[in-house]
Design a protein. Sequence first.
Length: 259
Amino acid sequence: MYSNIKNIKGTIIKLPQYLETKKELYKRDGYCKIDQVFKENFIELIKKDIIKLSKKGSYKDKYGKIRRVEKIYDKTKNLKKLNKILKDIIYKILKKKLEIFKDKCHFKPPGGAGFKAHYDGVFYFFDKNNKKRKGWYEYSNYFVNALVALDFCDKKNGTLELGKAKNKKYEELILDTYQDGSPLLKKKVEKKFKFRSFKLLPGDVLFFSNKCPHRSKKNNSKRQRTILYYTYSNCGIRAYNRYFKDKDESLNKNSKSLT
Ligand SMILES: O=C(O)CCC(=O)C(=O)O
């Protein structure tokens, strides 16, 4: 699968050269891409599992097309394995033992809308008691996303575009947004960033900080673009259920989708 990497068992492991480089890149830019973390046959198994899970519950767009499946990371043997591998790599790159905070699979069917530029988790929401809350920063101030390509991704089918992380606190980052309950960046802020578009093969993984501005375009191809989009944090596994419960109860209505 990813033969250069051993499991962590409390021992300090010398990083393979290519991971040392990734570590430096992540430190400098807030993101790094690792090619072929997962082999094609493993990705095929994951896709089969996801299709089965999507039959039990998914979010659809206004055309009735499946766009998102959530709460999947521990639902099958293969998905559990994938999560463990991602956590191991994060540990090796960042020297942090993080747990899954939220997880989803994003489908972008032909013609499917993209996402406007935003930072992840930088928004406010009103909880069920109408109390104003600080987005993901209610749980922690450290988040790492792992995007696993399940399909080939490129500009045409709406791959992710990333800018370098802005290493600021919530209170400063929120000023870059419209502060309308969504994490969307103001147009003038978006224009200041240089976005890099990532061509990904199935099995490639993109690790990036939630503080990296990112966006994606509509799928203008004839084929679906599917990715796993997991977020890891240092706030402990109990935050996972709390997050999804708070999200269900949140009174926010705004979305970061292009439509
Ligand atoms: O699926 C995509 O194209 C981007 C998703 C995204 O930016 C997000 O969920 O924060």
